[in-house]
Ligand binder design. Structure first.
Ligand code: GDP
Length: 226
């Protein structure tokens, strides 16, 4: 093993341990119920059923961490998790409500849009956004609409973006490669010189992409010491 490999391995282990430390902090239904902005926030967003809860649970190596968001009555809430050392957390993960449920009635849809759009546009602490997209479907019209809410801040480099093409275990390698290329094209349309945008195949079942995602998210929290 070369020194570079060793360094990479150490960084991965540190990132996985960091992600594993995620613990539930608080639920909020409106922006004003969120804690005072302080720690850098990493928000997770995606269509209902895209695999957001499974991804959060896989990253945290915890079967039911992102379970609160599935509880009836709480699906429209933001659920916050603290990450890092118990006495000195260094980031918050924010599980934003899923969108695009065909059955969601109009009013709930507007509520969702207001909460999520405001969070994405206004929350100063937002450092990075993880967007979950089902690898089999790619970016839908709703996903693109969501990108619109966050785009000014991603374009300026203020907020980083990582798209996870989820459930990669469900498709062939060839289709996975196609999905990746298609997503890269969508994101390239909106990239600027300042933006920090990534896209990766991910599977909560096989663990594909897990190490890299943990390393990326940890790197967003500041400059982690290794
Ligand atoms: P959410 O609504 O975005 O939180 O989606 P969930 O995490 O609840 O996942 C929706 C469905 O997809 C569930 O039945 C999961 O078991 C399944 N799922 C999620 N991630 C994966 C994955 O990586 N591979 C496979 N095969 N199924 C997955």
């Amino acid at each position: 093993m070369t020194a570079a490999d060793q360094h990479g391995r150490t960084e991965t282990l540190l990132a996985l341990a960091w992600a594993h430390s995620a613990r539930f902090l608080v639920t909020a239904s409106q922006l004003r119920e969120l804690p005072e902005p302080g720690l850098p926030e990493i928000a997770f967003v995606g269509r209902s059923n895209a695999g957001k809860s499974s991804a959060i649970n896989a990253l945290a190596q915890h079967k039911r961490l992102a379970f609160a968001s599935k509880t009836p009555g709480r699906t429209q809430h933001m659920n916050l998790f603290e990450v890092g050392p118990a006495q000195a957390p260094d980031a918050l993960w924010v599980d934003l409500p899923g969108y695009g449920f065909a059955a969601v009635e109009r009013e709930a849809k507007w509520r969702w849009q207001a909460v999520v759009a405001d969070y994405l546009a206004e929350r100063d602490a937002l450092a990075g956004l993880v967007m979950l997209v089902d690898a089999r479907h790619g970016f839908t019209a709703l996903d693109r609409q969501l990108l619109g809410y966050i785009w000014p801040r991603v374009g300026s480099g203020e907020v980083r973006l990582l798209a996870l093409l989820t459930k990669a275990d469900k498709i062939s390698r060839r289709d996975a490669q196609r999905a990746l290329t298609a997503a890269q094209h969508v994101l390239a349309e909106v990239a600027t010189d300042h933006s920090d945008i990534g896209v990766t195949l991910f599977s909560a079942v096989s663990g594909q992409g897990l190490d890299d995602v943990a390393v990326t998210l940890r790197s967003w929290t500041s400059t982690p010491s290794t």
